[in-house]
Write a protein that binds this ligand. Structure first.
Ligand SMILES: [Zn+2]
Length: 133
């Protein structure tokens, strides 16, 4: 159970059984695993995958943003090169989003990640009951 959530995430499969598919559409999770019944509403990756994918894609393509303007290309060719570069960035980001989301989700499920729960130790700005000036 819960073996290698990263590998299962890269295959877009359930963290628990490794068989059931995670997504019902491009980035929408199913309600539960069709094979083992794992509830897919127990975790939420929020914008984590978009952050990591955007960061990775920008790192990979950043050198081209410095090199391309320095090339002595005629304007139509320069425009074409930028269109190709931006298309490649968008395509790579869209390609990477589902596996990144699946891996992050599987890690959350595997590690039972949830929002922090804590109790307040008192009201801010009010002294404790035994405080005397
Ligand atoms: Zn499953």
């Amino acid at each position: 159970m819960f073996e290698d959530p990263i590998r299962r995430g890269l295959k877009l499969r359930c963290a628990r059984c490794g068989e059931g598919k995670l997504f019902r559409s491009y980035l929408k999770f199913k309600d539960e695993c069709a094979v083992c019944g794992q509830d897919f509403s127990v975790a939420d990756t929020a914008d984590g995958p978009a952050f990591f994918v955007g960061f990775l894609v920008m790192i990979l393509f950043a050198p081209f943003y410095f090199i391309l303007p320095m090339l002595p290309l005629p304007l139509p060719l320069m425009i074409g090169a930028w269109v190709v570069l931006l298309s490649m960035m968008i395509g790579l980001a869209l390609f990477l989003l589902p596996p990144f989301k699946a891996v992050l989700f599987n890690l959350q499920v595997r590690n039972r990640a949830e929002e922090a729960k804590w109790e307040s130790t008192g009201k801010h700005g009010t002294p404790p009951n035994n405080w005397k000036p």
